[in-house]
Design a protein around this ligand. Structure first.
Ligand code: FAD
Length: 415
């Protein structure tokens, strides 16, 4: 059997790896369980659009002429970009190929099993993303069967849900975007608020992504984090919809969304909340204030000619206000809550990669994607190397690093 390099996953990370392997003539195959861009195709809701501006879509060799750089393309548009990217270099993607195991073969090779077929590989690059499934609390099972349960990867649109009120659990980026959409569609929405921060879409005349790039926030490296657990922190809530805008819990409350403390227990139709709404809303406010102060300090330090913050050049999402009170518990029936949307964070499972390269969280231990097992690599994960490693903006750089390492350390046949 011919030895080759196998890439697992045809999202932005896998396609970037394939791009550089192709550039350097390294024979390889990309095994993709679904289709190119499957995560964006089948795990995002209908109105989904990027939260990062189009200029952050920096895939190697790709020019985005037809998109406004400061706008936010839809998920479908991004899938189109990924398909064009793959076609532009004839990426050898084998779709419909779920990899069920990666094991050792001989002294230094790999056996990769997909669709019951075993392929031999001299190198394996795992690009399966870190947002693989929604982590739901155990007590989710205790909800009445009459209540529809969806999560942020299965939610599609307000019209797809049974009539009635909706409870969204989790105020991260996805949860808050979905709560806003449901509220705007006329639904009665209940939102369990968690620890996620708020970040202003625009501040002192520029989009947050510009400031994050210029201030080096996206280039912070994983070793600068206080704790390894910080790699799994949810992103602050913000939106790319309607040209991009700030999502503010205070404004959602003013618009009629019932804010609640974190969901703490489910006993059939009775659901209970932790008494932490005020604390969590303050945490969201503080997150936004901290970001604004960091930008202010940066502007001063660099003597940047930026306007003082006002409602023209900054988007505070309607500003703060008194914290609404949350009941300690609710009866789903009397609130006519017919659907629960779980927006409680993502999990990952790499147990099918049978090598001792994982930390106490089950997360790959790598140096910028390079593991201690020669020829085994990971790409596309949050904080793999920097803050941007798990985003579209960071996929290309890390892929180049991994393919350079692979070429320098492994004997790869070159076409
Ligand atoms: C809701 C949401 C919104 C996001 N919005 C943005 C944004 O606006 N801007 C931004 O920069 N980033 C965003 N991200 C972060 C990140 O860019 C995405 O998670 C992106 O999908 C990661 O790309 P990836 O290639 O690493 O993984 P994925 O796109 O998830 O691709 C992994 C691929 O691997 C395949 N796969 C998985 N397991 C196997 C297997 N065993 N065998 C074969 N194939 C397999 C999957 O089918 C999938 O196609 C968002 C993430 C989420 C969850």
């Amino acid at each position: 059997m011919r030895e080759e390099t196998i890439v697992i996953g045809a999202g932005q990370a896998g396609l970037c790896a394939s791009y550089f392997l192709t550039q350097f003539g390294v024979p390889h195959t990309v095994f993709e369980a679904g289709r190119v861009g499957e995560s964006w195709l089948s795990r995002r809701w209908d109105s989904f659009c990027l939260v990062t501006p189009n200029w952050t879509v920096q895939l190697p060799g790709v020019e985005l002429e037809s998109f406004d750089a400061d706008a936010f393309m839809s998920g479908d548009d991004f899938v189109g970009v990924l398909r064009q990217f793959a076609e532009s270099f004839n990426a050898p993607v084998q779709t419909g190929s779920l990899v069920s195991s990666v094991t050792r073969r001989g002294a230094s090779g790999f056996e990769v099993v997909t669709n019951g077929e075993t392929r031999c590989a001299s190198n394996v690059i795992v690009c399966c993303g870190g947002y693989q499934f929604i982590r739901k609390p155990q007590f989710a099972r205790q909800l009445p069967a009459s209540v529809e349960q969806v999560d942020v990867s299965t939610y599609r649109s307000p019209g797809d849900l049974p009539d009635g009120s909706v409870l969204v659990v989790g105020s991260g980026q996805s949860g808050t975007q979905i709560a806003e959409e449901l509220s705007e569609s006329g639904r009665d929405v209940y939102l369990c608020v968690g620890k996620a921060g708020r970040i202003p879409r625009r501040y002192r005349g520029r989009d947050l992504s510009h400031w994050q790039l210029e201030m080096g926030i996206v280039d912070r490296t994983v070793d600068q984090l206080d704790s390894p657990a910080d790699r799994f922190r949810g992103d602050p809530h913000v939106s790319g919809r309607r040209g991009g805008h700030t999502l503010n819990l205070h404004q959602l409350a003013r618009d009629g969304v019932q804010l609640l403390g974190s969901l703490s227990a489910v006993d059939g139709p009775k659901i209970s909340f932790t008494d932490n709404l005020a604390e969590n809303m303050k945490a969201a406010d503080d997150f936004s204030d901290t970001f604004c102060r960091m930008v202010d300090d940066y502007i001063e330090e660099k003597c940047i000619d930026a306007p003082l913050p006002d409602d023209e050049n900054s988007d505070f999402g309607g500003g703060t206000g008194p914290c609404p009170s949350s009941p300690g518990d609710l009866d789903l029936g009397s609130c006519n809550i017919r659907t629960v949307v779980w927006a409680t964070g993502f999990g990952f499972d790499f147990s099918w990669v049978r090598f001792p390269v994982f930390d106490e969280f089950g997360y790959p231990k790598t140096k910028r994607g390079v593991t201690e097992v020669e020829g085994l690599y990971f790409l596309g994960l949050n904080w793999l190397h920097t803050r941007k490693s798990g985003t579209i903006l960071g996929a290309g750089d890390d892929a180049k690093h991994v393919v350079d390492h692979l070429r320098q350390t492994r004997t790869v046949p070159v076409r």
